[in-house]
Design a binder for this molecule. Structure first.
Ligand code: ATP
Ligand code: MG
Length: 781
């Protein structure tokens, strides 16, 4: 039992064995905060604390699962099973099911995901005849979300003139009405959105003292990872639950607070010591994750922030390689650089794909990276895009199942009432919605009582609606005896979904069928898995809840070897040996939308700190000089963050733009040129600092770029007669030249002018290549 504690240093050991009372561990990235939490729980259990009394809140369900399996390895499986661990949302969804009654909800309430919320808000905007260009549903949703996370209910909203005025000033005077309609409709549909899971928990704990007492007594020991990113609503829940015993242990790093845009409040961590009496504060300083270069570079970055707690982070790990900084001409080139570097590293170091991560600021950036990885046949996975469960065909199946559990579920019903098509048109659905709103009943109720409701529908449609209701009811009957898998299999066939997807014979249809099959496989797994867990019901309701709260990261079974592509926000808490941070350009990262105030910029900088500190061995920073954004090619400048890193930790690698004009690239990598000979990392030019134009100087264009290019690139100047000026000597057709990578060759043709001058050269090895003279390192011999 003792041995696992030996895997902690003395600073880590202290908080691990401090069980009673309020405490906080504030420490930098990679210093073992999560490890302390994990070991602490194991230690508590070894001291006889009932796992039933321990609640651990993590940032992802995946993190909770990993933690649980580590604890199980120390204390044993059966003990660890009783721990309450998971994200705020998943833990409190379970509690709300138990207590739903008190809040007027059915215990089988549906959880609306963002897609459901978006659809409902969009339809409310339409029903209210509002201009959808002013009332943009996504903006409205995020506004409603921020109200809920600040515990501003509809009533509180209407009592707050400032909020009303702010929305009116934003040309959205009907905001409050939309909020009210949205809340009413969710309630009537027996649905909670993600924010409700926290809001309603707060409501439960404040309105019902006996419920508060019950859960205070239950969760005698509370632990929270990534505390810096809790929002107000989460903060209040933790406060309330820990109030009685005050056995609360939070860990976090103020320098990694990156969710302010979603309501996270960095003050929660800064003020923790004021919230409880006799708070014990622990600090960890030794980083175990990264090389000295990475740790020091990250420190030099975060130093630039004014708002921060003083912290020391050092490592006893190796010096490691310097951080590689790469400039590309375009985002496409950037993608190719990432792909070829991964390819070469894999060849040289013999490492699997899973050791690489590519992190970006916005999801849209993944496309260029994906294209390049695909061309190289490197397997990758994108996290945080549309999750599996949000794909159309999967949502279709799930919507039928949701109706089985909760027929009032409006979004599920609207989705499948006429899919597969069964002759129930949009006009009919609109009439049903109006009738349901008028009667304050669910749409399903209205369908079940068409005779008693005033609604103009012809008898054919009426029969079709009744058939639909009967179909759903037949599934409800089946659900009483069948397991999730059996029911779903039956639903996909009898509803006509399979026929519908099979019908078109297109590759898309086939892909949809494969996904449905995968869903059914997952259900089979779920059913089997649940058999082993004593108190699990294996019910459809439980499956749907898991699915609703599963993030993309959670679905990763770790069964295939792939490069991970994700936003930096999602990468929090994770680590990879090789990390690429791409798109390091002004207006992209830092984001153009986050440069208005110092605090916004500081959040961007923290985001960069998080990204860099994910790397264990090697970090790569990349930027492009131009990039497609909003369908246009935009000039870009290197991010200020590159410049902010102390230069001694950087290795500025040469651009590899000529690859773009080199159709032989793959041949040269795979065949006649040894990989390490073409490694771009061997060729250096001066640091990016000199590349960055001073503020106020014109943006970089191909023409003026030459003026700022490092001297050793030896730019080629413009020539009027179709030849080009190279190193002050003319380059002309027939010249024999030497290229740093391709060797000797003969100039066959010169075309274009100015910065776009290209030469077609026949190399002795590797054949013909077209090179952009501006970048090609040619020497006339
Ligand atoms: P982050 O701030 O990124 O969430 P963290 O502080 O939670 O980081 P951990 O993830 O717990 O840090 O630890 C970082 C890495 O260092 C992990 O791989 C962990 O296993 C390892 N580690 C932590 N402490 C030790 C130790 N005492 N001995 C060996 N390895 C350690
Ligand atoms: Mg951690």
């Amino acid at each position: 039992m003792k041995s696992y504690l030996d895997q902690l240093n003395s600073a880590q050991l202290e908080p691990t064995i401090q069980i009673e009372g309020p405490m906080i561990v504030i420490a930098g990235a990679g210093s073992g905060k999560t490890r302390v939490l994990t070991f602490r729980i194991a230690y508590m259990m070894s001291k006889g604390i009932d796992p039933f009394n321990i609640l651990a809140l993590t940032f992802t369900n995946k993190a909770a699962r990993e933690m649980k399996s580590r604890i199980a390895a120390i204390v044993g499986d059966s003990e660890a099973k009783n721990l309450w661990m998971g994200t705020f949302h998943s833990v409190f969804a379970k509690i709300l099911r138990i207590e739903a009654d008190r809040l007027g909800y059915p215990s089988n309430f549906t959880i609306y995901d963002t897609q459901d919320s978006d659809r409902l808000i969009a339809s409310i905007i339409k029903e209210m005849n509002l201009d959808k260009d002013i009332y943009k549903y996504k903006q409205i949703r995020s506004r409603i979300s921020s109200y809920k996370n600040s515990l501003i209910t509809v009533r509180a909203y209407f009592q707050n003139p400032e909020l009303i005025e702010a929305d009116t000033m934003a040309r959205r005077p009907r905001m409050g009405d939309i909020y009210k309609a949205y809340v009413d409709r969710c309630f009537k549909a027996g649905a909670m959105d993600f924010d409700d899971l926290l809001l309603k928990t707060n409501e439960l704990l404040t309105r019902f003292p006996d419920a508060l007492a019950k859960y205070q007594n239950r969760f005698k020991y509370i632990l929270v990872d990534e505390y810096q990113d809790t929002n107000h609503s989460q903060y209040l829940i933790v406060r309330a639950l820990s109030d009685k015993f005050q056995n609360i242990c939070v860990v976090g790093d103020d320098a990694q607070s990156i969710y302010a845009f979603r309501g996270a409040n960095i003050n929660n961590i800064l003020n923790f010591q004021k919230d409880y009496d006799d708070v014990k504060v622990f600090r960890l300083e030794q980083n175990y994750r990264s090389t000295k270069n990475i740790v020091n570079a990250a420190n030099s970055i975060i130093d630039k922030n004014q708002t921060k707690l003083d912290k020391v982070v050092w490592t006893a790990n190796d010096e490691g390689a310097k951080i590689k900084v790469n400039r590309s001409l375009t985002d496409g080139d950037e993608g190719r650089y990432v792909a070829s570097t991964i390819f070469e590293t894999k060849m040289q170091e013999h490492v699997p794909n899973s050791e690489f991560a590519v992190l970006y600021r916005t999801n849209a950036q993944s496309r260029a990276i994906e294209d390049a990885l695909r061309k190289r046949d490197i397997k990758y996975r994108i996290y945080g895009g549309l999750s599996f469960y949000q794909r159309k065909e999967i949502k279709d199946v799930l919507s039928y199942l949701r109706l089985v559990i909760n027929p009032a579920d409006e979004e599920a019903l609207k989705r499948v009432i006429n899919f597969p098509p069964r002759g129930i048109g949009q006009t009919t659905v609109d009439k049903l919605v109006v009738a349901a709103n008028g009667l304050d009943r669910s749409i399903f109720d209205v369908i079940k009582n068409l005779d008693k409701v005033e609604i103009k529908i012809n008898s054919g449609t009426k029969a079709r609606l009744e058939n639909f209701a009967t179909l759903i009811e037949s599934y409800q009957v089946m659900n009483q005896n069948a397991d999730v898998f059996e029911l779903a299999e039956h639903v996909t066939k009898s509803s006509g979904l399979i026929r519908e997807f099979n019908k078109d014979g297109t590759p898309e249809g086939a892909a949809r069928m494969e996904n449905i099959e995968e869903l059914l496989n997952g259900m089979k797994d779920f059913v089997e898995g649940q058999k082993e867990i004593a108190d699990a019901t294996g019910s459809l309701a439980e499956f749907l809840e898991d699915v609703a709260l599963a993030s993309d990261l959670d679905n990763d079974k770790g069964d295939s070897d792939h490069v991970a592509l994700m936003t930096i926000h999602l990468a929090k808490g994770l680590e990879f040996p090789y990390v690429f941070i791409v798109g390091l350009e002004e207006d992209l990262f830092p984001s153009a939308m986050s440069m208005n105030t110092r605090s916004e910029l500081e959040e961007e900088r923290r985001l960069f700190y998080v990204a860099l500190t994910r790397a264990e061995k090697q970090a790569y920073l990349t930027y492009a000089l131009s990039r497609y954004r909003w369908g246009k090619l935009i000039d870009a400048e290197p991010s200020r963050f590159i410049e902010e890193i102390d230069e001694q930790y950087l290795d500025i690698v040469t651009p590899i733009e000529e690859r773009r004009y080199n159709p032989m690239l793959d041949a040269s990598i795979f065949g006649d040129v040894e990989p390490n000979k073409v490694s771009p990392n061997k060729i250096r030019y001066k640091p990016a600092k000199q590349l960055q134009p001073k503020k106020g100087t014109p943006r970089k264009t191909p023409e003026n770029f030459q003026a700022t290019a490092p001297k050793n690139l030896k730019p080629v100047s413009k020539s009027s007669n179709g030849s080009a000026n190279l190193f002050d000597s003319k380059l002309a057709v027939g010249n024999i030249v030497k290229h740093i990578r391709f060797g000797k060759g003969e100039v066959l043709k010169i075309e274009g002018s100015g910065a776009d001058t290209k030469a077609e050269i026949k190399f002795e090895t590797g054949g013909n290549k077209k090179l952009l003279l501006r970048f090609a390192k040619l020497e006339v011999i």
